[in-house]
Design a binder for this molecule. Structure first.
Ligand code: ADE
Length: 247
């Protein structure tokens, strides 16, 4: 999986994604991170990439030309190895569809993904119309730039790429995989500050442990994310209603 990030701050992207699991995944070749500086593509002699907004208004806007040429160079590069490739271009913006686990799963199936990180007051609409395929937000709040949202998405997508996590189980069982939050977990010691690990987890009965974990996941989701719980119930009509009410 190859990530190509169009940004004015390539170092922020490189540093943010070089540690821990993603750093290792990069070293091992499961993912690649290609942070490209939009400024390298401006034809302005002062290396300018932004200008005032037509019609007035506060702040500067990122101009179309450097972004368009940057995108063109990235796509040409990809096509050297993959003829006719037409990678998706994600513009991270609070105006986009809100990112979630199912979108992460969908994006993880791509070979190449291009991200466009905006800054200043935004980006000239014309270049967005030309190159963007997906407008994605990471939540209903406004950040100063698109780098952090792009990194959040790259992290969530990468961990679903085969080989990135050591244990292929953990990508499957964690929160949201089945639309529920993860159950509580415990490690040694068996008793800490007077609190004991639930008996069932020490029983060695895997079927019972699985049953308990599913129950806990449902309880936790109902309590902490009733919106997700309602959705899960609708998507699992096989669970009898009477049983549902008891929880
Ligand atoms: N850029 C600024 N705020 C953002 C957000 N919430 N999501 C994605 N991109 C953004």
């Amino acid at each position: 999986m190859n990530f190509h990030i169009m940004t004015l701050f390539p170092d922020m992207i490189r540093r943010g994604l070089e540690t821990s699991i993603l750093g290792r995944a990069k070293e091992a070749g499961y993912i690649s991170i290609d942070a490209v500086n939009i400024r390298d593509y401006t034809i302005d002699k002062h290396k300018k990439v932004d200008d005032y907004t037509y019609g007035g208004g506060a702040g500067m806007l990122m101009q179309a030309q450097p972004i368009y040429d940057c995108h063109k160079a990235i796509v040409e590069n990809i096509r050297k190895e993959k003829e006719g490739a037409n990678p998706r271009v994600i513009y991270v913006t609070p105006q986009g569809k809100v990112f979630d686990q199912s979108m992460a799963r969908e994006f993880a199936r791509e070979d190449d993904l291009i991200f466009l990180c905006g800054h200043y007051e935004g980006v000239d609409e014309r270049v967005l119309e030309e190159i963007v395929t997906d407008y994605i937000s990471i939540g209903d709040y406004v950040l100063t730039g698109g780098e952090l949202p792009a990194m959040v998405m790259i992290d969530a997508i990468s961990r679903l790429v085969p080989g990135v996590l050591n244990n292929s189980d953990s990508a499957e069982t964690e929160s949201f995989q089945d639309g529920l939050l993860e159950y509580p977990q415990y490690s040694r010691p068996e008793e800490w500050m007077g609190k004991k690990v639930p008996e069932i987890l020490l029983s060695g009965n895997h079927a019972k442990v699985d049953e308990w974990r599913l129950e806990q996941s449902k309880l936790r989701t109902k309590e902490r994310r009733p919106d997700l719980y309602e959705k899960w119930v609708l998507e699992h009509p096989e669970v009898p209603k009477k049983k549902r009410r008891k929880k």
